[in-house]
Design a protein around this ligand. Structure first.
Ligand SMILES: [Zn+2]
Length: 262
């Protein structure tokens, strides 16, 4: 039996990045997999502008947790298989405490495979995502756990693994998943626009599939680490994407200041 943990920074991160792979592993694969989700935050600041400030915090966290549970029900993943780390949306750190907490979690869970947001070469440079990927890479690379799970990154610019799906699956699965996150439609409406062309591009080389989800397998074995190095163009793009203003999350200034003080 294989245990797979999908890591995400926010409750809606996985749906149009890993939805098809998750659905296959959870419902169609003949082998019995254990699928878990580890959510670093509950996305409690995920609404635009100050006019929504009154909903941000505990109330939004509660609603988004429910939205996540509803979406995962589609894959048959039960709430008891969804773990929350309790970090504050926008403040997922990269520090000793975070490293230790995730390392302890991995020691307890012992996953065979980890799927997480890309830490370096990504088009989605939100620090919560970056730090989630970084901490997992760091723990395995520094051998802070006594086993080596296979690590895949999503939202990557340099994919080396593709999971194929059909055009009809976009309607029958992706949209259903996305619709569960009702508070996030203001953002998902836009992020879904490039979804079809990007997935079509990712699926161009797969036989029998038109669309695909791209992933990057990270290599830790010395013999293969050279495969981790992307071409120059990817490094240039990484620099470009890391400076885009829309990838910087916007939080209510007052709350930000208060949180920074604590
Ligand atoms: Zn996110």
């Amino acid at each position: 039996m294989t245990k797979i943990i999908f890591f995400q920074a926010h409750p809606d991160d996985l749906e149009h990045k890993c939805g098809h792979l998750m659905h296959y592993l959870a419902t169609k694969s003949k082998k019995n997999h254990i699928i878990k989700i580890a959510s670093l935050t509950r996305g409690e600041f995920g609404l635009p502008g100050p006019k929504y400030d009154k909903f941000k915090g505990d109330l939004l966290a509660k609603i988004r947790t429910r939205e996540l549970f509803n979406a995962e029900k589609i894959h048959g993943i039960l709430p008891e298989n969804i773990d929350f780390f309790g970090y504050i949306d926008g403040f997922v750190p990269f520090n000793k405490d975070f490293v230790n907490r995730v390392a302890e979690y991995l020691k307890k869970e012992r996953p065979d495979i980890i799927i997480a947001p890309e830490a370096i070469y990504t088009w989605y440079y939100h620090m919560d995502h970056i730090n989630t990927g970084r901490v997992l890479f760091y723990i395995i690379h520094k051998k802070l756990i006594n086993f080596t799970p296979i690590l895949y990154f999503y939202t990557c610019l340099h994919p080396n693994f593709f999971f194929g799906f059909k055009k009809k699956d976009i309607k029958s699965l992706t949209y259903k998943l996305i619709t569960c996150h009702r508070t996030q439609q203001w953002l998902l409406r836009y992020t879904m626009l490039p979804y079809r062309p990007f997935s079509r591009f990712a699926g161009r080389t797969l036989h029998g599939w038109k669309y695909a989800e791209p992933y990057r397998r990270v290599y830790f074995n010395k013999k293969y680490v050279y495969k981790n190095k992307p071409p120059l163009i990817v490094r240039i793009f990484t620099h470009f994407f890391s400076n885009l203003p829309w990838t910087k999350a916007k939080y209510p200034q007052e709350m930000l200041l208060k949180l920074k003080e604590n």
